[in-house]
Write a protein that binds this ligand. Structure first.
Ligand SMILES: [Cu+2]
Length: 474
């Protein structure tokens, strides 16, 4: 790498007046989001993945990673990587307690794996290189897990993830529980963005800003579509199951004129639903929200992405529209009611911090790297715990930008934010959480499954450039 690269990196890091013209790099703005040029496109439903097994307690599916093409907005056709030919991949539907068997085939020209983000499973099924060899081009692997939790989960590669996910490899797994909140209409929203070159190819250039912030796209996507329309019912209680599969972009969602009630998150429903004006969804996180659609039959509600400051003046960006919810021709006369309380979650006990995890960044050689306890992936000593232990982690963000912290294999609960205890009543099971710049989160988890597990930043460019560690349950 050239010396000039480092100079520009330092300039982006500082995000202050630095003598480079605005044309040379984007201060605060990052990649400009292009308003969609194509007409509205229905994106109400994801393609279901057929269950090949007649046993009602077994979901058995065939999943193939393969090359394909897709047209985004008005761009020329884009070569993409797909699960079963689509981006997003198909949705897998199951019930809690089901066994899920996935016959996976890798028809890509390079090795891959499938990670089941948020699913509590055996470490050997988690799709990480700590426990599994890469599945070579033309290779197969049988994933099998018993689904312990109801919630919205997602799957994606855990090898060269910054490239493989960006090229289109992601899909969702919806696991239904016995006590789901009733809604008039429920939709899954897979949010993403994609950075396309003029010829339609996915940009593979990792410029300094993309390295720093995670690669952000110039087109916003909902269920794989720009200018998406998703059907709802006027006057009805809408339940949105939201996941972000973006490499780096944080979605800060707002539906003008509506408050959103969060009824669930990564690990399922929360005991005490709460209202928000904006819903921040970082890469990898899931939120389950409800609201009554105050819209006339045939009308539309815009879902906006509001500016959010996650570092380097990203909070100065313009608001953009992600999609619109389109009401059908009839009106729901009596909408279902948002639950005020739901099933309790066992709150894990507070205790002193066992493992501090300090997140930071530094230039190593000529390259910007992202560090955990001052080291990069491969050099970070593993965290070691005994099977069944409840242990406390503290994630301390020493850097000037937010990092979404993701733990594989286990849910954690937030005990304290910056030393201030989180009330027991707001307990939630999380696997991915924003640790804001210069802030710290005290987390607790029960490590009840043996094996070697990963924890990392879910900005994929950060994970692939150092910010990933290993946790060993013995
Ligand atoms: Cu990060």
């Amino acid at each position: 790498m050239s010396r000039a690269r480092v100079v520009i990196s330092a300039c982006v890091v500082a995000a202050v007046a630095c003598g480079h013209g605005e044309s040379e790099h984007a201060h605060g703005g990052g990649v400009e989001v292009t308003p969609p040029a194509s007409g509205p496109t229905d994106a109400t439903n994801l393609t279901p993945l057929p269950d090949e097994n007649p046993d009602p307690k077994v979901v058995e599916v065939n999943l193939e990673a393969r090359e394909g093409t897709k047209t985004y907005d008005n761009s020329p056709a884009t070569p993409v990587w797909t699960y079963n030919g689509s981006v997003p991949g198909p949705i897998i539907e199951a019930n809690v307690g089901d066994k899920l068997i996935v016959h996976f085939k890798n028809a890509l020209p390079e090795p891959t794996t499938v990670h089941w983000h948020g699913v509590r499973l055996a470490a050997a099924m988690d799709g990480t290189l700590a426990m599994q060899s890469p599945i070579p081009a033309g290779g197969t692997f049988r994933y099998e897990m018993t689904l312990k939790d109801a919630g919205l989960f997602w799957f994606h590669p855990h090898i060269r993830s910054d490239v493989q996910v960006q090229k289109g490899l992601y899909g969702v797994l919806r696991v239904r529980g016995a006590a789901e909140p009733a809604a008039d209409v429920e939709r899954v929203l897979v949010l993403d963005d994609i950075k396309l070159e003029k010829d339609g190819r996915v940009s593979e250039t990792l410029d300094d800003l993309s390295r720093m912030m995670g690669r952000e796209g110039n087109i916003l996507l909902a269920n794989g579509v720009a200018n998406a329309r998703v059907a709802i019912e006027a006057g009805g209680l809408v339940r949105l199951r939201v996941v972000s599969s973006a490499n780096g972009r944080f979605f800060n969602l707002r539906i003008p004129g509506h408050k959103l009630t969060v009824v669930g998150t990564d690990g399922g429903l929360v005991p005490k639903p709460y209202e928000v004006d904006t819903l921040l969804v970082s890469p990898g996180e899931r939120y389950d929200v409800m609201f009554v659609a105050n819209v006339a039959p045939g009308g539309e509600l815009a879902v906006l992405n509001e500016a959010y400051e996650r570092g380097h003046e990203s909070g100065k960006r313009a608001t953009s529209e992600v999609l619109r919810l389109r009401a059908g021709a009839s009106r729901v006369a009596t909408p279902k009611v948002i639950p005020s309380s739901q099933a309790p979650i066992e709150r894990l006990a507070d205790a002193p911090v066992d493992f501090p995890i300090r997140l930071n960044e530094k230039v190593i050689g000529d390259e910007m790297m992202f560090t955990i306890n001052d080291a990069v992936h491969g050099d970070i000593p593993p965290i070691r715990v005994k099977r069944g232990e409840v242990r406390v982690l503290e994630v301390i963000n020493e850097s000037d930008m937010d990092h979404p912290f993701h733990l594989h294999g286990f849910f954690f609960q937030v005990l304290a934010r910056d030393g201030v205890a989180v009330p027991e009543a707001s307990v939630a099971n999380k696997d991915t959480i924003v640790v804001a710049a210069k802030k710290r989160l005290k987390l607790v988890a029960r490590f009840d499954e043996p094996g070697r597990w990963m924890y990392h930043c879910h900005i994929l460019e950060h994970a692939e450039h150092g910010m990933m560690g290993e946790l060993v349950v013995e």
